[in-house]
Design a protein around this ligand. Structure first.
Ligand code: ARG
Length: 589
């Protein structure tokens, strides 16, 4: 369906044209004086200069032409030359009826659907999933759902970090602890055990220990480095260990992402890019893109218009080791080969933005990706504690994601049990859903690039711009619907949507009609917070309507059923949006 605002613009443009003015003066915007009108057009002001005529005269001409068009209830010209508009109640409910009849709420599939790879999550194998990875998972998941809803073909890739120094650190630490394991015996030619020699708990202890050791023990650091190199060059025993690390980690990661309601279409990893590296490097050398600089192999990516220095992109270190940029470039080679995408969206901490500038430029310059491929970086800010510093546990350590989720659901659980009597298991389930919504909405409602403060008390509040407030609104609608369902058929009206009879009802209808606008701008601007903004305003409009309207005691049955239809549509819109954000409402709360 066309957006309502575009339909109004079409009619208004025709009005300008009919009066002999330029058609494109008829652009309509949302009213910035909602107390006076719903939509407005400022074209007469611009027209005044072109036609050397008083703006109010132009506005009056056009208004005379527009009055009587069925889309408007009222069009007025006001000084100095604004055209103020109110939409016809009938027209609006017809529009809403059509939305309600469509399973996608009238949201049009994209005319030119793209194939989009979304690179998000980005956890590192063997390191616990921590809050640093939380934002990527939450924002990426929502961009994935939104893009898919709009008709794009989307491939969500977790892009596991499994190929870096952390692997060498773990291997070396294991070797020091259990040197008798066959993985470290160069002469061993048999099969390696199927069971991993560690549990996830042990693995999570080994990595930080090794990492700390490498900072004080130079010899150990060097050995870990060598182990990484050996692994990347195919050492049999190390590869077998790496496989164990990978399997144990991935099992744990999947469990955690499931709790977050985050799923990936593919579980590719940095190491999958490995096989593409030799050819890629050779080609860059042969075609003259790569050259040596201080022993390393680099590609220059600086551009004349740069205002700050962009250092060269490093392909290989002096000892031949590959880097983060090398795997990211080779991953692009692979993505071109497997998916030939129109767009690749990276949802990564904004502190990595320089890395991505280098990688994107290098990929374009050397022809790894076709010139028309869009490489987008959605960089997000840090989640801080109340002290304004990156969020830590009370003890000052890195907060594990699962503890964070538990903390927030526990807080919600207590709150539910304080005021209401709910079965314990129902309350637990509700707390899980509300907690997740609190966490995700707390994140997604901020502009991604901004840092924000993780504040449990604020996030779980049932009032204000929070996830629980949105869910509360949905639950309220569910309970109205349940009450209405207890009526007999004779007590129910025909079910047609009637034009609004109160200002709050009209405002609710208008806000409901704008879901497509919100979703499209969230997609184009890669800004899920636009969806949050929209549903927050929609919830406010609903709650105002709810407080001013007697729904269940309404005596006019036709009117009552119309209310029920309207709130049912509002619920669908809210639920569609929360689903795109990656959470859902419980039945009660
Ligand atoms: N594993 C990386 C990290 O923890 C994030 C990966 C982001 N994606 C990428 N293609 N580089 O910082």
């Amino acid at each position: 369906m066309k957006k309502l605002i575009d339909l109004i613009t079409e009619v208004t443009e025709q009005g300008f044209a009919d009066c002999g003015y330029e058609k494109n003066l008829g652009k309509v915007t949302l009213s910035n004086r909602p107390d006076l009108c719903e939509y407005q057009c400022n074209g007469a002001m611009a027209g005044a200069k072109i036609y050397k005529k008083a703006p109010i005269a132009i506005a009056q001409d056009v208004v005379a032409n527009l009055s009587g068009k069925k889309i408007f209830e009222e069009v007025t010209a006001v000084t100095p030359g604004f055209i103020n508009m109110k939409i016809s109640g009938n027209y609006l409910v017809e529009y809403l009826e059509a939305m309600d009849d469509d399973e996608k709420l009238g949201v049009c599939p994209e005319e030119k659907p793209e194939t989009i790879v979304i690179d998000y999550g980005g956890p590192n194998v063997a390191k616990p999933l921590h809050v640093g990875h939380l934002r990527s998972a939450i924002i990426g998941e929502s961009m994935k759902r939104l893009s898919r809803f709009l008709g794009h073909t989307v491939i969500g890739d977790v892009h596991l970090g499994d190929w870096g120094l952390q692997m060498g650190l773990i291997i070396e630490e294991l070797k020091e602890r259990e040197s008798e394991l066959p993985y470290f015996d160069e002469a061993y030619a048999g099969d390696y055990p199927e069971e991993a020699p560690f549990t996830i708990g042990e693995l999570e202890e080994i990595y930080p220990a090794a990492s700390a050791k490498s900072k004080v023990d130079e010899a150990f650091a060097k050995k870990a480095h060598d182990a990484t190199f050996k692994l990347q060059n195919g050492n049999r025993g190390y590869l077998a260990l790496w496989n164990h690390i990978l399997n144990v980690s991935v099992r744990d990661l999947k469990k955690n992402y499931e709790k977050l309601n985050v799923t990936f279409d593919i579980w590719k990893k940095e190491s999958d890019a490995g096989p593409y590296i030799p050819d890629m490097v050779e080609r860059m050398k042969a075609e003259g893109f790569a050259h040596e600089s201080q022993g390393a192999l680099v590609v220059d990516v600086a551009e004349e218009t740069d205002v700050k220095e962009i250092p060269p992109c490093i392909l290989l270190k002096s000892d031949g080791a590959t880097l983060y940029s090398t795997t990211d470039l080779a991953t692009l080679v692979e993505r071109e080969k497997l998916f030939s995408p129109d767009r690749i969206l990276y949802v990564v901490d904004k502190r990595q933005s320089l890395h991505f500038i280098q990688v994107f430029r290098c990929a374009k310059k050397t022809g790894i990706v076709r010139p028309e491929v869009k490489l987008d970086f959605l960089g997000f800010g840090t989640m801080n504690g109340k002290d304004g510093k990156p969020f830590k546990t009370r003890e000052g350590g890195i907060m594990r994601l699962e503890y964070l989720i538990r903390e927030i659901s526990d807080a919600v659980y207590e709150k539910i049990m304080e005021n209401r009597s709910m079965e314990e298991s129902d309350a637990k389930e509700a707390a899980r859903k509300i907690g997740l919504a609190a966490l995700k909405y707390g994140d997604l409602s901020n502009q991604a690039a901004k840092d924000y403060v993780f504040d449990v008390d604020r996030f779980i509040s049932f009032e204000g711009d929070t996830g629980p407030y949105i869910l509360y609104t949905i639950v309220r609608i569910k309970s109205i619907q349940a009450k209405y369902e207890t009526l007999t058929d004779q007590e129910k009206g025909a079910g047609r949507l009637l034009p609004a009879i109160s200002e709050s009802e009209k405002a609710l209808q208008l806000q409901t009609s704008r879901v497509q606008d919100a979703l499209l701008s969230a997609f184009v601007e890669q800004a899920p917070h636009k969806i949050c903004q929209y549903i927050y305003e929609l919830s406010n409009a609903f709650n105002r309507f709810y407080h001013e309207t007697k729904i269940m005691t309404e005596e006019d049955k036709e009117r009552q059923t119309s209310y029920i239809r309207l709130v049912g549509l509002v619920r669908r819109v809210l639920e569609t949006c929360t689903d795109l954000l990656g959470f859902e409402a419980p039945d009660r709360m």
